[in-house]
Design a protein around this ligand. Sequence first.
Ligand code: FMN
Length: 330
Amino acid sequence: MIRFIEDRNERKRISRQVLEALPEWFEVETSREDYISGSEFLPMFAYFEDKISTDAIGFLCLKETGKDTLEIAVMGVLKDHHREGIGRRLFAAAKDYASQRGYSFIQVKTVKPGMYEDYDRTNDFYKSLGFKELEVFPTLWDEDNPCQIYVMSLKSAISAIATRHSYRGAFRDEKVPVEDLKTIASAGIDAPSGCNKQTTDLIIVDDPDTLDEIKAVLDPPVAQTAPAMIVVLSRRINAYRDRCFAVQDYSAAIENMLLAIVELGYQSCWYEGHITDEDRICDKIASILNVPSEYDVVCILPVGKAADDFHAPGKKKFSERVKFNSWNGF
Ligand SMILES: Cc1cc2nc3c(=O)[nH]c(=O)nc-3n(C[C@H](O)[C@H](O)[C@H](O)COP(=O)(O)O)c2cc1C
């Protein structure tokens, strides 16, 4: 399991324990000690066998190198535990951390491929995570260790999909710029719709008084600190004959908006069940917003910057849900 390590001494202890066991990568004592002392001040994720274990199997530290970029400052996994997916899980936690804080890039430096076998494996690992070669600096460290810089954009559709999670915590008290709200709404109406009937419409709400009216009817209360909301409207018209794809249409629009929200550094949650139950909160919202009777309010998406930390919910394994070529495939 992965833990975020808050305590400075604990960070030093973990980095010492792991790095001293990895002489193939951290042989030079002065630079190893620099990594260890530096880790004290950096956000650290560490991997442990179980909840009670105090001996870390691996860790990763992040460092801000610019307003938009975090670097993997140092990372190590004990050799006996290589190829168990621990590095991958540490990186997934780091990537979530970076995305939730609105960073655009992650970079990492290592010794360029073709120099040493162990570093070649490190290069392969970073490439397998999706890092792309940025540049080699032949003398940044020294001539025997040319520095390869890898970079990864956190602003791609695939990154947004991987880092989107439902956020139900508090929002920061910061207005969302109108341009960002328009970008999110555009992503919604750009979604596909059955026979291009475009059955989904949206109302962007950022007026504080209107927001307060909506929040007052959300019972039990949710999204009470959201500085903006997108209210999703759906019109049940048939695409052809008696086929109505309105649900599919608004679902595609909502997912597009959730991804745009994450990419812009905000958080949200698909609140549909909550407002469309028997108490019909959706109708109260429709009345507040003067929604014409041919439309149903089907969902609200709060939009804002997260004030709390949050974690990905557990999901079933890939192999449990995805097969190749037939149900019996693997
Ligand atoms: C159709 C639909 C309705 C949902 N309604 C609610 C809701 O009313 N309240 C809520 O807290 N989450 C709601 N969610 C969010 C789900 O609970 C959430 O997507 C799920 O637990 C998986 O978590 P994830 O979004 O972090 O991957 C809804 C999601 C969908 C797709």
